[in-house]
Design a protein around this ligand. Structure first.
Ligand code: PMT
Length: 397
């Protein structure tokens, strides 16, 4: 989604300026072209060379530089930007933009650009809370500037409070969101993610290797594209995506309750969760003690959530995933038919770079007509967008 997108990143003078280096790395890793512009104060905290090395482009620092003006020019840079992000954004730059001041390279680009502008403030808590700063932010918000608020915590100046630069993945997510078409507005997607845990006793459970990455990627992509999103997830180390209704669950039964309970208002269900097919028959109230004898654990079937959703399908689109280690297409087709699905995303979890825990996947999309689309190895973010493109196609069919 960020591949080839042109992002101008303004860096201003605050201690969080060093974190902008990580932001450049993440954007470049996602395929974006990043052009860094630094204020004079920013250069007191970090050198242009760092950003030049990470971005692969020269860094702009001067408004009237002969070489920079002939090669790029501040107007050319303002025109080239598909998005202008300022991270960190100090109280000073926010005040200058709000007052319409354009007296250096960065403020001039802000004034000249037609691209959306995202500001990620970072400053001392008292500066953040200062009514002048808050009024400036309000003014800019009302003029269509985007903000990602700072986080609360320990600040470099020794204070505790709001003022820390938002986490880099959250800033990247906001950039993706601003650049995404809102082609799913009007859809309410319920996405499931992660494993389920079926308790054996108070300290042990049956589960699988799902990390939640695939389902979380679908939830984030859908939210970026303007859908209302409910994410029901089994235990996962991933942070709840912002702007999404997040329902954490543990067992398959809890997931069933959350999914079926939310279903009436849902237009599309995407089940990427790896739900345990079985659970221990009865949970021991105490930790099971070791003995010399063999131990067998009787299991009983869990509810099949997607199958139940297929029984009450109505106009809803149902999309399942199939994690297979053999006969990928045959097994996936069987699940598509038995669960009454519109689409199934079949992944052979033995392939390198596919399936559980990794950031990438290799999938085949199979629809009700039996048509198969083979997708190459791609990031789970990109696969999420391919699946959501299919939602649009299925809607228009
Ligand atoms: O979370 P990650 O680490 O990113 O890994 C991603 C993934 C491998 C988990 C994901 O890509 C994936 O394949 N998810 C589905 C895994 C799975 O449980 O497949 P299945 O073939 O057993 O189930 C078929 C479908 O029925 C799935 O949509 C599943 O959510 C659903 N199901 C299964 C069992 C059950 N009792 N109830 C269900 O609703």
């Amino acid at each position: 989604m960020l591949k080839g997108r042109k992002i101008v990143l303004g860096v201003t003078g605050g201690i969080a300026a060093y974190k902008a280096a990580e932001l450049v790395r993440e954007l470049v890793r996602a395929g974006a072209e990043v052009f860094v512009v630094m204020t004079r104060n920013a250069q007191a905290f970090i050198t242009p060379l760092t950003f030049q090395t990470l971005s692969g482009h020269s860094v702009t620092t001067e408004l009237f530089s002969l070489t920079e003006e002939s090669e790029i020019g501040h107007i050319a840079l303002a025109d080239r930007a598909e998005l202008l992000a300022i991270a960190p954004a100090t109280a000073n730059i926010i005040g200058k933009i709000a007052a319409g001041i354009a007296d250096d390279i960065l403020t001039t680009i802000v004034m000249a650009t037609k691209a959306p502008v995202l500001l990620a403030p970072a400053m001392n808590v008292h500066m953040w809370e200062n009514p002048i700063c808050q009024e400036n932010i309000q003014k800019l918000r009302s003029r269509g500037f985007h903000f990602i608020d700072p986080e609360a915590g320990e600040l470099a100046c020794g204070y505790e409070g709001k003022g820390r630069l938002a986490e880099i993945p959250a800033i990247v997510e906001e950039i993706r969101s601003i650049l995404s078409p809102k082609d799913l507005s009007g859809e309410t997607l319920l996405v499931t993610a992660g494993p389920t845990e079926e308790p054996i006793d108070p300290v042990r459970f049956l589960s699988n290797r799902s990390s939640g990455k695939m389902g979380f990627a679908v939830a984030r992509a859908a939210r970026r594209r303007g859908a209302q999103v409910i994410l029901v997830s089994g235990p996962s180390a991933l942070p709840a995506p912002s702007g999404v209704k997040f329902i954490p669950v543990r067992t398959a039964s809890e997931m069933r309750e959350a999914v079926l309970g939310s279903l009436p208002g849902v237009s599309t269900l995407v089940m990427a969760a790896a739900v345990s097919d079985y659970r221990p028959k009865g949970t021991s109230p105490e930790k099971i003690k070791k003995s010399r004898a063999e131990l067998s654990l009787p299991l009983e079937l869990n509810p099949d959530i997607l199958h139940e959703a297929g029984q009450r399908k109505e106009k809803r689109l149902l999309i399942g995933f199939a994690a297979e280690t053999e006969s990928l297409l045959a097994n996936a087709r069987k699940k598509l038919a038995e669960k009454n699905l519109d689409l199934i995303v079949a992944n052979d979890v033995r392939l390198p770079g596919a399936g559980f825990q990794v950031d990438t996947n290799v999938a085949k999309l199979i629809d009700r007509s039996g048509k198969v689309e083979e997708l190459p190895l791609m990031s789970k973010e990109d696969l999420a967008d391919c699946v959501l493109d299919r939602v649009l196609l299925l809607r228009s069919a």
